[in-house]
Design a protein around this ligand. Sequence first.
Ligand code: GTP
Ligand code: MG
Length: 420
Amino acid sequence: SRKLGNGRQSPTSPLKLFGQAKKKINDIFVEINGYVDESNGFLGGLDDKDDIISKDQKDKTQSYADKVKGIREILNRDRMKVAFFGRTSNGKSTVINAMLKSKILPSGIGHTTNCFVQVEGTDNQEGYIMQGDNQESVHSVKQLAHALCDAKLDVDTLIRVCWPKEKCSLLRDDVVLVDSPGIDVSADIDTWIDKFCLDADVFVLVANAESTLMVTEKSFFHRVSSRLSKPNIFILNNRWDASASEPEMMEEVRQQHMTRTVEFLVDELKVNKPAEAEDRVFFVSAREALISRSNEAAAATPNSHFLDGYQGRLFEFCSFERKFEECISQSAVQTKFAQHADNGKSITAELRQVMAEVCDSASDKRTNTQQLLEETRDRLDFVDKQLSLMETEIKDKIVTMAEDVEYKVSSALMDEIRRL
Ligand code: GTP
Ligand code: MG
């Protein structure tokens, strides 16, 4: 039977789609690279004074090589990115920790996260933080929390937490998670969107199930969807464990939240159809999910921490993760790789065009040379014939002249003899 909270580790994780697609497109670009290099080597050997290739064509093929190199670099860096937003203390950092299965990011009551924090995987054995170009190593989660809290930072700076991939399957599969300060804290939402959101594949709104969606939360997503066409949005009604204390109201409250959030996605933002939207809204307790998962790691029994109905909430957290994984991998493959594939196609088509042009002008040149050769040959023949005609003519003339002279001489001689 499936262990609670472990759904993500099944070997069929939809996230694998991204890795497979990445490998495939990478292989294709290795081939394109070979093709471009080979063409460049060949064309580079041609002299542009020979009228077969122009300088412009040579520059073009060189630019394809640079483009391919650039695309391969981006491709290697391509990852799936998910950004978490919501009001202060709704549990954004706790949701991320639950997904990472350990308490990596600091969380707590009050305003905790004071700048953007991006968690990404590293192949190193130990984690480290990057702030701009400054690297600081992190030996323990506690030290990380201190480093993040101590930093006197602007709300719109970004700190990258590079965490060992070995410790977390999500990071192994190339997912990058971005935590944000509460959206009620900053007025400069547009800068946030420009700096941190434009390349996000999925957005998660961490809402508080104890209240309804707030104007700040809604208007943030209005801004996001005016900048990005149809962003992928998930809404987590977090702190759903609170419902355990009022079981008689639970179904009613859930229905109410569901109706309102579905309306928000479908009618207001127009990012989903009604049937889809229901699969984007979940009722969870990030706190319970995190405790259960960190306890799992420590092989302890979690039950004592939980309120009634926690298994359902944990199950729903897993369902969220499953849908999230499907959504993010499909979206990232489409938006990121489709663009690379298009670029690859146009590069090969253009290079092919240049090669065809060069081939055409080479064969033109060959035909021209051949024509010239034939014309020269014809002319030579003509001259040759003329010459031989002239030769016979001259010969004839000489013969007649000689005969004439001979005749004249002999008749003169005869006259002389007669006179004597
Ligand atoms: P800021 O970084 O300040 O914007 O807050 P945040 O949204 O990151 O919230 P954080 O994860 O720090 O959680 C705030 C407090 O709520 C912490 O004490 C968490 O333990 C608690 N909390 C988070 N999720 C839940 C939940 O599902 N249920 C309950 N009961 N408490 C939760
Ligand atoms: Mg936080």
